[in-house]
Design a protein around this ligand. Sequence first.
Ligand SMILES: [Zn+2]
Length: 391
Amino acid sequence: MKKYLANFVFSAETAPILNGVLITDDGGTVLDVLENGEGLEDLIVVEGFLCPGFINSHCHLELSHLKGKMLERGGLVDFIRPIIEMRKARPDVVQHAMQEAEEEMKTNGIVAVGDICNTGESFGLKADSELHYHNYIELIGLDPAMAHSVFADGVTLQDRSTEMGLGSSLVPHAPYTASAELLRLLGGHGRSTDATLCIHNQESVHENTLYMDGTGPLREFYAGFGDDLNFFTPTQTNSMEAVLRSLGADVSVLLVHNTYTTNADLSRVSDYNSQVSYCLCPNANLYIENRLPDIELLAETGNLMVLGTDSLASNWTLSILDEMKTIAASYPGIQLSTLISWATYNGAKLLGLDSELGSFEKGKRPGINLIYDVDMDSMALLPHSKIRVLA
Ligand SMILES: [Zn+2]
């Protein structure tokens, strides 16, 4: 048995406990959370904040070998152009980079990952991993004539994921790579399998331009590949509204990034779907577009909020703590307890892992993170705050 006494215990579901005690068995299963350590012997005194293991709600393990190779702050279109070419790396290079990326996530207290897959390259590593993975099998096809064949290829890859014991969803990549037809197929599949879908949403302002009137850098991006996009009909709406309408209601949808999402966009969400959640990847937003979403605006919707690192192609680290620090620095009004619930309980809930992960509740084995070098007086993170994994 282990009894940790910390300056604050954050458990996502309860208010932070000053000088709280977390009691676990030797394997890390929670036995109790106490308001103080009175009368207890053999206390392990730790300085800092204790919180459950982090959930990385958006990652691309497959892109780990692109660490440090992509241009920073060049905007989304100039980011995706070279990725298509650079993806063609040697399998051993890809595998080694994914292993290192996973080790980095473990060191940074991440216990579960919602991971985007364009191939099955990561399945072997995940099947043997002690981390929990959910595969978001990502489909790309803006040409509506391709929708059924793209969908069929996705089902084949999903079957492989299932055979290897890995939970999965079939998901669209982004508004500018998914036809309305493909979105309808994926929305229907998500509804019938009770799966959560995710889609990169408004990561660039050009997505809205493309949907509004069919112009802009994304159209030019396709023209560079010889695609004239004659099959694409602008919806004369922002991309987010078009996507939600095509996916349909009664399906859980995680919108990732939301860098250019406005109040007007958010005010229409409930017309289309009541199960929309928002994933923030602030460091990737800074890496690619050098801009953050309006995080307070998103939080005010009351919808579920979660955090992700995105890939090492578009981030310096795979650390949920680093994402929290970036939000705290730009939005000091958002309390640490709120950030921790986004990073733990909400992420676990979205992945359907909340019976085991996400909070310090009896019987769960959620992982134990100690965040130290913190601002104890105002219960906040500092730029140099660090993490140590206790279990
Ligand atoms: Zn992504």
